[in-house]
Write a protein that binds this ligand. Structure first.
Ligand SMILES: [Zn+2]
Ligand SMILES: [Zn+2]
Length: 226
């Protein structure tokens, strides 16, 4: 890693694009190595624990090294692999939207932290706080040494623009990676250098053609330094 990079973000689970040696499944997950705290964090867990653990190991990381797991929302394609991570490491710290109550019961050995508002959960790493009405969802904001932000998003059911607006209160957004769902208010993406739309993104072609320079194809096994 470059001296100025704080984060290595590895795409660990996706249904759209997968490198050789990795497995595919429906869902999304990204593994973050935070150099500032020397910590591995997992954002979402994909829909299948076996696929998830295979891909983590294939990326050269032992699942027991993961100290913190952030779940964006309680759909199986984001939380489905969590039980497998928990089996590997029951004393994990879990960060979930406040509205989801069952995790404390389901993962009794874990430390479960429930969020309503924006909060720093690791050095320079923030959960957005929960958004949405029927489906509560949170995103992850990683603050770089350039004071810009890298956004990791799950399905963005409440609308990607909600998370973009929240992050912009803190600084410039450098990158956004994850599922954009039915997001089509594309003007919100202006000024973002790295647009890594994947998983459930419906308007992939429209986003790609409007932002050809910024659009990045992200595949399982790819990693990016910020
Ligand atoms: Zn969902
Ligand atoms: Zn999803």
């Amino acid at each position: 890693m470059n001296r100025k990079d704080s984060f290595k973000i590895i795409i660990i689970f996706d249904n759209k694009c997968v490198n050789e040696g990795y497995l595919s499944g429906f869902g999304f997950s990204a593994l973050i190595y935070n150099k500032l705290s020397n910590t591995y964090l997992l954002f979402d867990t994909g829909g299948d624990g076996g696929v998830l653990l295979h891909n983590i190991r294939n990326a050269g990381v032992d699942p027991t090294q993961i100290a913190k797991v952030i779940v964006s929302h309680n759909h199986y394609d984001h939380a489905g692999g969590l039980a497998s991570v928990y089996t590997q490491n029951p004393h994990i710290k879990l960060y979930i939207p406040h509205a989801i109550k069952k995790y404390k019961r389901n993962y009794p050995e874990a430390e479960v932290v429930m969020h309503t508002e924006l909060e720093e959960i690791d050095e320079a790493v923030f959960v957005s706080g929960q958004f949405g009405t029927s489906i509560k969802e949170q995103a992850l904001f990683c603050k770089t040494t350039r004071d810009t932000f890298v956004l990791l998003v799950g399905c963005t059911h409440p609308g990607l623009e909600q998370f973009i607006m929240k992050a912009r209160q803190m600084g410039k957004i450098e990158a956004v990676i994850g599922g954009f769902h039915g997001f089509r208010k594309l003007s919100y993406l202006k000024g973002i250098d790295f647009i890594g739309a994947c998983h459930c993104t419906s308007y992939m072609h429209q986003i790609h053609s409007k932002f050809p320079e910024q659009f990045k194809k992200v595949c399982v096994g790819d990693y990016f330094l910020f």
